[in-house]
Design a protein around this ligand. Structure first.
Ligand SMILES: [Zn+2]
Length: 419
């Protein structure tokens, strides 16, 4: 109950929210039938269909447990040459009879990470609901003793979309790119293609004469939509007249959706050849199985040859911590950690960031984008994990608009970072 009360801080239509709270309590207290997965449906079911056929929807299969309770089994994906398996993304649309109440149980959160069991959910994990797929409301879910997530849906006369974070789809990126194409401060280059042939764009923004530059990669992991919202806010704000002072100081290079195949197919972490695009950065990428990283490396090498390598590089992710993941490279890069400390101070001053940095001086993240770019190219790079469960400063679950705001605020952070 404490969790539910803490959720009361979420913004939006409170009547709609109370409607879901009532339904959630109903779901908590409903008694499950003795026989799970049985074929007969005593009393019939109010569920019509669970639709996972649209872009970014997550693969799943479901079982009718009776009493309008359904077990939704998310489908694991597997990492190449590794025992690791993952899921943590859910996005589907539920159609039911008008005024129905359904209890849904999400299953299969037994991930393996670095060969060990891990869980992408916690007692604080929300789920997001929407009637139109555009306006979302975070509602609490119950973490069960079996590491399942249980919540309920209360229908009026519309289907309900359910998602793990506020979705950002390829179509939204395409709309953004369409809107900014042709702007005098914008250049869009296709640097390669994903395993499945989807184009990989790098957006260059600003004046070529600007002395400094920042590179940002988003969505290396398909289920981590937060980075795309940040990039959306950042790009649109950078092209407003108020951004004029920033243009004199720095340019932006942005790879907005590094793992498009996973986004399209509603998967969690790996690319379509089972590669984690935030690993393996200690050595050149194999273009046969990680063409996304190989294309980025080729582009980076061109920048470096032209004497225009980025001064700062940020890889945007989502996790349940919300921290900056820094490297600890030792004497080879003595100015890296002091610079990162300054960056953290600027983030605290000019954005809603308060979460801090991950680990102590011994913390290592071998093979990640942050460590790889620093050790191989000397670029001051880091991974920023946006908390997908809760923004500490606001003490509530995050929305796309919060991450867009962070993107706008980053412009001021970079301005002062380069002072
Ligand atoms: Zn990630």
């Amino acid at each position: 109950m404490q969790e539910i009360l803490r959720f009361m801080k979420i913004p939006g239509n409170s009547l709609y929210f109370l409607w879901h709270i009532t339904a959630l309590l109903y779901c908590f207290f409903i008694s499950l039938p003795d026989t799970l997965g049985q074929d007969e449906r005593p009393g019939g079911s109010s569920l019509i269909y669970i639709n996972t056929s649209f872009p970014n929807a997550s693969p799943l299969y479901w079982e009718d447990l009776g009493k309008d309770t359904f077990l939704l089994n998310l489908v694991y994906e597997h990492e190449r040459n590794s025992p690791n398996r993952a899921n943590g993304h859910w996005f589907f649309r539920v159609e039911a009879q008008p005024n129905a109440k359904l209890c849904l149980i999400l299953n299969n959160f037994d991930n393996f990470w670095n060969g060990r069991r891990s869980f992408p959910i916690s007692p604080r994990t929300p789920t997001y609901l929407s009637e139109d797929g555009l306006h979302w409301e975070a509602v609490p879910a119950e973490l069960t003793a079996d590491n399942q997530l249980r919540f309920s849906l209360s229908f009026k006369d519309h289907p309900i979309y359910v998602a793990s974070v506020e979705p950002y789809r390829i179509s939204q990126l395409e709309k953004l790119l369409q809107d900014i194409a042709g702007h005098p401060l914008v250049r869009i280059d296709t640097i390669g293609a994903t395993v499945e042939g989807r184009p990989l764009e790098i957006v260059t923004l600003g004046e070529p004469s600007a002395p400094r530059s920042v590179f940002i990669r988003a969505r290396a992991h398909g289920f981590e939509a937060g980075g795309n919202w940040v990039v959306e806010g950042l790009i649109r704000a950078f092209l407003r007249p108020e951004a004029a002072p920033f243009l004199e100081k720095y340019r932006l290079y942005i790879l907005p959706m590094a793992n498009k195949d996973a986004v399209a197919r509603g998967r969690t972490r790996f690319n379509s050849a089972g590669v984690d695009l935030n690993r393996g950065w200690g050595a050149p990428a194999d273009p046969a199985v990680a063409p996304e990283n190989a294309a980025l490396e080729t582009w980076l090498a061109q920048r470096i040859r032209a004497g225009k390598q980025p001064d700062l590089a940020i890889d945007l992710h989502n996790d349940r911590g919300g921290k900056l993941h820094l490297s600890h490279p030792g004497e080879d890069h003595p100015d890296y950690l002091p610079e990162m400390k300054r960056l953290e101070e600027m983030l605290r001053k000019h954005t809603w960031f308060t979460e801090g940095t991950q680990g102590g001086s011994g913390f290592h993240n071998p093979g990640t984008f942050g460590e790889g770019l620093l050790l191989r190219y000397g670029i001051h790079a880091l991974v920023y994990e946006l908390n997908k469960e809760r923004i500490a400063k606001f003490d509530r679950p995050p929305y796309g608009a919060d991450w867009e705001l962070l993107g706008q605020q980053l412009l001021t952070v970079f301005y002062h970072y380069f002072e």
